[in-house]
Design a protein around this ligand. Structure first.
Ligand code: UTP
Length: 223
């Protein structure tokens, strides 16, 4: 079984680096990698946002801000690698092709090119390796019709078609370090290759185990 995770940077680096979470996530990866080939694409979180905000003050353009964001994702990917017990190779992979060709049990990378986020990278990696499952780990429990942090009446979705997900995302921003549940490149990729996709909170490991074992779980199924 092949599973691709998109690990939102907000999980690893909500305000400061959450070393406790990184440690737990690595132990979880080591456990499930006994029975599955694992790929993890790591996001940039607050680190990306902090750097991009300062670069924007200095009038950096959006392309350059994306590049800065990519470095932040790779920095976080380095931290995840450092927390794995095995003699894991480094630095993180920089292309989907290289990650796809890796023989490691747990393959780790960050971003690749401007104009998408690590969700897009993870979805394309899932497509390329013909993953059985694409799991998007975020800091919220479900996909909502609007930001649950801003709106009390945000509606939760337990199941969404690819097209409905794309409709929701079409109303969101596409600028460097925008905070969206998934990016459009990812949504279009999972649609064109009918990739089974789950979006759920990355903090609850029991729930996550249920999800990947095909049991009942709290989160949104796309497909
Ligand atoms: P993230 O993947 O962390 O995006 O990359 P995000 O949507 O801000 O993060 P989460 O998942 O909600 O925490 C950070 C920024 O790096 C650039 C983009 O500007 C992105 O917003 N980036 C990242 C790219 O341009 N290309 C990539 O392949 C990855």
């Amino acid at each position: 079984m092949k599973i691709v995770f998109s690990l939102g940077g907000s999980m690893m680096c909500p305000d400061d680096i959450d070393d406790n979470y990184i440690d737990k996530f690595s132990r979880f990866l080591e456990e499930i990698s006994k029975h599955a080939k694992i790929y993890v694409v790591v996001g940039g979180g607050k680190t990306a946002r902090k750097y991009v905000n300062v670069a924007r003050k200095f009038k950096a353009g959006e392309f350059f801000c994306d590049i800065i964001g990519i470095y932040a994702t790779r920095l976080n990917a380095c931290l995840l690698i450092s927390s794995l017990n095995s003699d894991h190779s480094y630095p993180p992979f920089e292309s989907i092709e290289d990650a796809s060709n890796s023989n490691e049990k747990i393959v780790i990378m960050g971003g690749t090119h401007p104009m998408h986020t690590t969700d897009g990278v993870a979805a394309m990696l899932a497509e390329n390796v013909k993953a059985d499952l694409f799991v998007n780990l975020t800091n919220v429990d479900y996909v909502y019709d609007k930001d649950p942090g801003k709106y009390n009446d945000a509606k939760t979705y337990e199941k969404l078609s690819y097209d409905d997900l794309i409709k929701i995302l079409n109303n969101s921003e596409m600028i460097a370090s925008a905070n969206n549940i998934m990016d459009l490149v990812a949504a279009k990729t999972i649609k064109r290759s009918s990739i089974k996709t789950l979006i759920l909170n990355g903090k609850d490991f029991e729930n996550l185990k249920s999800a990947i074992n095909g049991k009942k779980f709290k989160g949104t199924v796309i497909g």
